[in-house]
Structure formats: structure tokens, C-alpha cells
Design a protein around this ligand. Structure first.
Ligand code: PLP
Length: 307
């Protein structure tokens, strides 16, 4: 279990995490009405600073999620930024962390609707090194659960309640002995994992499903596309991927804020490439690590220093 930091933000103030509570009646609990993001804070030992990664993009995604749902995020970017910085300072953080801001419906009225004027922002912080244990690579399966379509339930909005779909796939995968599940979408095309995007590499060309394939617009995905092109000079094709293509990639990995770059050893018991981490995956993992900790020239634009 990750260490939970002592202070959180809720009801417009910083207070003890143990006292940051919501009503049993609230719509966030009863109906899963809310949207969220997950942000990394990366500790740089040399600079003795904590860097929040692509904070502005995370803010934009929450703002857009709220817009899609008809919720209200009554926070400007500078205010959002200040809350996270103040909270990190209050928690005296000097290690790698994961930050979870959630815009949730605090309304206790019975009807499930989003336009209820009682939307509140809550933020907590935990320590987080690795989400996946990637020492031996991940053994994954294609889920028997499909990703829902955007005309049923927005994937783009990162809706709290939508993670029941992720939980079904993840639970099934783990109970069947796998580390993670890969969703196909309604059209049978490769979509994403329960909480990460997916990339494949074949003959030194990088492939990842396009935004229209029902995937979350991952901030790590966007970051890696830029790094693959600019730092490794590799072509990235955002195109539809068939299930059987998964089996024949030379390299395959998940990307995400929690997942970082997590290499996949097998899919449905078929070994990917040599069964070892691929050469381009190692390179992009290192470059990403450096960019997100303030150790790669030219990419400090993505970092918000706390101290
Ligand atoms: C379903 C899903 N897809 C993809 C991602 C990766 O997105 P990001 O890189 O913005 O963390 C996440 C994690 O937030 C996720 O939950």
C-alpha cells in the first residue's frame, strides 16, 4: 500500500486527509458522478526539487472533462496550480508522488444529473514509484469486456464511474493469472488498457491507436509521440490496430501517468518479440524518465517546480 500524505484539499481548503470526507448520499458515491486526473510529481535529488509533470495539460483535460459532462470546475489554472503546489509543500514532499485531483458531485439530491451546482474539487497525494512491476515484463490478455463507445459514455472525460468498466477487465485479467487487460473497442480494434494507453513497434515504426478508437487522450501518450519523433527520429503512426497485430509486434508497452513506460512480455500467452524489453522501449523509457525529472535539455517546459 502506498504511503498516503497527511494533507488533502477538499471543500475549498487544505486539511487532514483523515478528515477529508464526503456524504454517504453524494452523487459521486451513489452514481460515480465526477471526473479526475492523475498527475506525477517527480523528485529530483540533485536539484532538491519536486517537478509536477504537464500540469497545464492535466488541468485542461479536467476542464474539458467537466465541459463534456456539464459539471463546473470553478478554478482558474493559476488557482489550480497554487493549490497543488501549496499542498505538496504542506505535505513536505521529497519523493516521487502521484496526485489525484477529482471534480466530484457533492450534491445529495436523488436524481442522477450533472447540472446540480454542487461540484467540488478534492485532491490527495500518495507516494508512488512503480505502478506495474515490470522487472520481467507484463503478461497481458485481450479482455472479454469491450470498451464502451463514446456515444454511450465518454472515454475522453475520465469519468469516475466509468472505471467500473476498467475494473471488470482488470479483475478478470488478474483472476485469470495475467497482469493487465487490453480492451478492444466495439469495432474490435485495439483500444487501451484498464488505466493506460498502448504502443507497439514493428520494423522500427511506432504504432498507437488514434484518438477516434475510443481511447483516453493520454498525456503520456502525447509526450511519447513527441519524444519518439524528436529524440529518436522514429515515425509514429496513429492508426487502427487489429487484435492479431498485437501478437506480432517486435515491441509492445503501456503508457500512462501511473504506468509510465511499462513493457509487455506476452499477449494471450504469445511472446512479444524476443520476450525481453525491446531496444526502442528501453530508449524511450529512459528519455521519458529524464524528461519528466528535469534531466533532459529542452523539456523543462513540461515541469512545474514546487520549491
Ligand atoms: C483508461 C486510461 N487510459 C489511458 C491512461 C493514460 O493517460 P495519462 O498518460 O494521461 O495518464 C489512463 C490514465 O490516466 C487511463 O486511466
Amino acid at each position: 500500500m502506498s504511503k498516503v500524505f497527511q494533507y488533502s484539499y477538499i471543500n475549498n481548503k487544505i486539511g487532514k486527509t483523515a478528515e477529508a470526507k464526503v456524504s454517504v448520499m453524494c452523487k459521486a458515491l451513489q452514481y460515480g458522478l465526477g471526473c479526475f486526473t492523475g498527475i506525477r510529481g517527480n523528485w529530483n535529488k540533485q536539484n532538491k526539487n519536486l517537478y509536477l509533470f504537464r500540469l497545464d495539460d492535466h488541468y485542461k483535460r479536467v476542464k474539458e472533462s467537466a465541459k463534456i459532462l456539464g459539471m463546473k470546475l470553478n478554478y482558474s489554472y493559476p488557482r489550480f496550480q497554487k493549490i497543488l503546489i501549496d499542498l505538496a509543500k504542506k505535505n513536505n514532499i521529497k519523493e516521487d508522488i502521484y496526485i489525484r485531483p477529482t471534480l466530484y458531485s457533492a450534491s445529495t439530491a436523488l436524481t442522477p444529473r450533472f447540472d446540480n451546482q454542487k461540484d467540488d474539487l478534492a485532491v490527495y497525494m500518495i507516494s508512488l514509484k512503480e505502478y506495474f512491476n515490470t522487472e520481467n515484463g507484463l503478461n497481458v490478455c485481450v479482455s472479454s469486456w469491450r470498451r464502451f463507445d463514446d456515444d454511450q459514455f465518454s472515454v475522453k472525460a475520465k469519468i469516475t464511474g466509468a472505471y467500473a468498466n476498467s475494473a471488470l477487465a482488470k479483475t478478470e485479467a488478474v483472476q485469470n493469472g495475467y497482469d493487465e487487460a487490453v480492451f478492444l473497442n466495439r469495432d474490435g480494434k485495439v483500444c487501451e488498457a484498464s488505466g493506460a494507453n498502448i504502443f507497439g513497434i514493428k520494423d522500427n515504426i511506432v504504432y498507437t491507436p488514434p484518438l477516434g478508437a475510443n481511447i483516453l487522450n493520454g498525456i503520456t501518450r502525447k509526450t511519447l509521440i513527441e519524444l519518439f519523433e524528436n529524440e529518436l527520429g522514429l515515425e509514429v503512426h496513429e492508426e487502427l490496430i487489429d487484435r492479431s497485430m498485437l501478437y506480432t509486434f517486435d515491441e509492445l508497452f503501456f503508457s500512462g501517468t501511473a504506468a509510465k513506460v511499462a513493457w509487455i512480455r506476452s499477449v494471450d500467452k504469445r511472446k512479444i518479440g524476443t520476450g525481453k524489453i525491446g531496444k526502442n522501449t528501453i530508449k524511450i523509457k529512459n528519455i521519458f524518465e529524464r524528461a519528466s525529472t528535469g534531466s533532459l535539455d529542452g523539456y523543462n517546459k513540461w515541469l512545474t517546480p514546487v520549491y
